[in-house]
Design a protein around this ligand. Structure first.
Ligand code: ADP
Length: 800
């Protein structure tokens, strides 16, 4: 018998039976109640009608008309189902929630039928009980539903979600704190993924089996795996397609191998999950990330499973949040956090820059601004906002002082240590003022708190999470500092530009794709991902000096206008997504153009810029980024949209008539009446993996040495202080469990557990995952030491 979290499972005949049906790929998920006459469904129907009356039918262009053979089908709206652990504003710890909140709305506007499926972490006031209950992995799962702006929002209801994080929604979805994932996350997200697949055919308003699933990050990586290994293998969902969207490759869902048994997956899927790395620890509640997890690698390998890897190998299409990030994560083990080779084996990954929420962040309607503004009144508006901001921060109210702001997590990923190191020289630039807003590691919070006193009249630091101040800074600052060491897409620079505030950015990830040197911002080059480098602080100062020189010249006014005039909404990213999904659904193989949009296979629009930046900044010299596109109103990723490419090829651009899409929300009727329990259910089998031979170092997918021990770069690499074989005596339960954890070394022998901690270590092995890494790694003080925290974002997401 095994204890996992607060639940107990016993290997049983039932499990054996599930194993027995594994080969047929059916059974084990069965509807318990499907009560169509229930109040909930009546209410749902009324709500749906109200929504439909409110929502005008969408029109959209026939974007693929130019592609031979698909003209007749492109007018057909797609059925798109996003499966994600977060959906903003209901649940959010970062960009993942923003994407699944904003993108579906734009896809609906383009005429598609879109559903999101996420766990029900809280008693959302706007979601009603559908009364549909199914059996998944022996558990009863209910579905709640709301419909907003034409998007069906479905919530998977089970105590593993609501009871686990209730009252902590939005911050503790994956564990009690960063770097300490819930022990049963393997079962939680297995249940979630399986319920999500079943939802599309169990719910009366669902699309049925013919749809495109968009899985997001590791938490929903089982969706593509299940589709391939279980459903399609048994003739179900045969036309369904799956996309895996990677929002931050640092989060991979690495767990000890034994976790596979509780996921009730067919043994045939095990190979896809199999992974090994050099880190004898995974970060869970039982073995959380600690400061001492910084020790160098031992050279041994440890057998694990990796959810994201399995998802990458199974999905029909891979997408990430910017073209440049796509290039970075395909390039080498450091960029791809040891999954670069897996991505390359799939032919690369497409990058589409995220949009931003232009309702919450809108200078025209911003309730925190005394004088709202738009692009026609931006100079007056920003002047008023700056005056209010300087007064609020206790800085001299001086319109001629170039004011640089920073908003974000006080962690190495965001480069706050570089700003702090650069501060004395930066503040020596005539008239420069600096404002920092953020929360994060205690050591950095202390330093940020102190700068108001230390640099009185020149700089101010505010350590809190303050939406009002974030809005005031975004509007009132002249420049927004974004010196991230890595940034898959980044929101801060988008917000800043939308308010006419000029970003000063590191040349990484989505910052390269969204900020154009000398046009909409300034680039400081790529920063050292290993440690705090004096050259980086110098680069930051030099770039800010350049910006300050431009400030108050006509060029600066142009840049402000360029920034605020762009369309940074979800509209264009949605157009790009549409193109990719249409290609996938209609099976269009537009070889050359598709390849050009996929990193690893061809150049990205941003690649020219990246190359220039990389070359120039290697020497920390001035960065010149080729500007190939017109500003305002565009950014490079959009130009690489496959549907845009199609439009360029002709017919769509030549005036194909827009078509009217069916009313939004009107999914086709379910295959069977809701009252009829469907039987075509599948699933998993409880079969534990067939024991695998021990991983040999040579067979390891990625040599641990490929990731430097001190890499800031995300981490696959949860560096651990006490490798089992050299473990010092345990000092506390958690680290003892880590030291004695269930890693299996290269020779297949688990590191010996310290006496007395075996019991703690065992559950960790059953369900352990890498935790997020912004926990305790800072050693901080006056010279901030870049720790593993950036690299060790680990497998869940931050629990901010
Ligand atoms: P992350 O990697 O943290 O998701 P992003 O740039 O994508 O970084 O988004 C960060 C978001 O959090 C932005 O909307 C930013 O305004 C907000 N934010 C970060 N820190 C603070 C803070 N201390 N107060 C208010 N808002 C904050």
């Amino acid at each position: 018998m095994q204890t996992i979290g607060n639940r107990i499972t016993a290997p049983s005949r039932q499990a054996d039976q599930r194993m027995a049906v594994a080969s047929t790929g059916r059974l084990s998920v069965r509807p318990i109640v499907v009560n169509a006459s229930a109040f909930g469904v009546r209410k749902a129907a009324n709500q749906l009608l109200r929504e439909l009356r409110r929502t005008r039918p969408a029109t959209r262009k026939v974007s693929c008309a130019a592609v031979p053979g698909v003209q007749s089908t492109t007018a057909t709206p797609l059925d798109i189902v996003f499966v994600a652990a977060e959906v903003a504003p209901w649940s959010k710890t970062g960009g993942l929630g923003d994407v699944t909140g904003g993108l579906p709305i734009e896809l609906v506007k383009r005429g598609h039928r879109v559903m999101t499926i996420a766990p029900r972490y809280d008693q959302y006031a706007d979601a009603w009980d559908t009364s549909v209950v199914i059996d998944v992995m022996g558990e009863k799962v209910r579905f709640f539903h709301s419909i907003k702006e034409g998007v069906h929002r479905v919530w998977v209801d089970h105590p593993w979600f609501l009871a686990k994080v209730w009252g902590k929604t939005g911050s503790k979805l994956y564990g009690p704190r960063s770097g300490a994932d819930f022990l049963d996350n393997n079962r939680r997200f297995s249940l979630f993924c399986k319920a999500a697949i079943e939802a599309v055919r169990a719910l009366p308003f669902g699309p049925g089996e013919e749809c495109i699933f968009v899985a997001n990050d590791w938490h929903s990586s089982l969706v593509p795996v299940m589709l391939k290994e279980v459903y399609q293998a048994s003739g179900q969902f045969s036309r369904a397609k799956s996309v895996l969207a990677i929002h931050n490759i640092a989060f991979q869902g690495r767990m000890w191998e034994d976790a596979f048994a509780d996921m009730q997956m067919p043994p045939s899927a095990f190979d896809k999950f199999q992974f090994s790395d050099g880190y004898p620890k995974v970060y869970t509640e039982a073995t959380p990330m600690e400061e001492e997890d910084l020790a160098p690698l031992t050279g041994r390998t440890y057998r694990k499973i990796n959810w994201l890897k399995a998802g990458i190998l199974s999905a029909d299409k891979l997408i990430t949040v910017s073209p440049n990030y796509a290039a970075e994560i395909s390039a080498d083990p450091a960029g791809g956090v040891e999954l670069d080779d897996v991505i390359r084996s799939r032919g690369g990954i497409e990058g589409i820059v995220n949009g931003m929420d232009i309702e919450e962040w809108n200078p025209k309607t911003d309730k925190y601004l005394a004088l709202p503004y738009d692009q026609n009144t931006v100079y007056a508006g920003k002047a008023a906002a700056k005056e209010a901001l300087q007064a609020e921060l206790g800085l001299p109210v001086d319109p001629t002082a170039p004011l640089f702001a920073f908003i974000g997590r006080l962690e190495e990923q965001k480069g706050v240590d570089i700003i702090l190191a650069a501060l004395p020289k930066l503040l020596a630039v005539p008239k420069v003022q600096v404002a920092i807003l953020g929360t994060g590691k205690a050591a950095y919070e202390k330093m940020v708190n102190a700068i108001g006193l230390k640099y009185s009249g020149k700089a101010m630091g505010v350590v809190k999470f303050s939406a009002p101040l974030a809005h005031m800074l975004t509007a009132g600052a002249d420049f927004m500092l974004v010196p991230s060491r890595f940034e898959p897409c980044g929101l801060i620079q988008l917000h800043a530009m939308h308010y006419g505030t000029v970003p000063v950015v590191a040349s990484t990830g989505g910052l390269v794709d969204t900020v154009k040197e000398g046009v909409t911002g300034f680039h400081m080059g790529a920063l050292n991902t290993e440690r705090l480098d004096e050259a980086d602080a110098e680069a930051l100062v030099a770039t800010c000096r350049r910006a300050a020189e431009v400030f108050a010249t006509p060029k600066y006014a142009d840049m402000v206008y360029n920034c605020i005039s762009q369309d940074l909404s979800w509209a264009r990213p949605a157009q790009k997504w549409e193109g990719v999904l249409e290609e996938l659904w209609h099976g269009v193989s537009n070889g050359a153009s598709v390849a050009s949009g996929v990193n690893g296979a061809g150049a990205s629009a941003g690649a020219g810029a990246s190359d220039a930046i990389a070359a120039a900044t290697a020497k920390k010299t001035e960065v010149r980024v080729p500007v190939q596109e017109k500003i305002p109103g565009d950014f490079p990723a959009v130009a690489r949209s496959s549907n845009v490419r199609r439009a360029e090829t002709g017919a769509a651009a030549a005036g194909a008539a827009p078509v009217t899409a069916p009313p939004m929300g009107a999914w086709r009727a379910p295959a069977a009446p809701a009252v009829t329990p469907y039987t075509a259910v599948t699933t998993p089998t409880t079969a534990p993996p067939t024991p695998k031979p021990a991983v040999t170092p040579a067979a390891a997918p990625a040599a641990p040495t490929a990731v430097p021990a001190t890499a800031i770069r995300p981490a696959a690499r949860p560096a651990v202080a006490r490798p089992a074989e050299t473990a010092a005596p345990a000092t506390n339960g958690a680290s003892a469990a880590a030291a004695g954890g269930n890693g299996v070394s290269a020779d297949g022998v688990k590191p010996p557990a310290a006496a007395g901690v075996a019991a703690a270590a065992k559950p960790a092995a059953a369900a352990s995952e890498n935790g997020t890494g912004d926990g305790a790694a800072a050693t901080a003080p006056s010279v901030p030491q870049v720790s593993s925290s950036v690299r060790s974002l680990a497998s869940s997401r931050k629990a901010a």
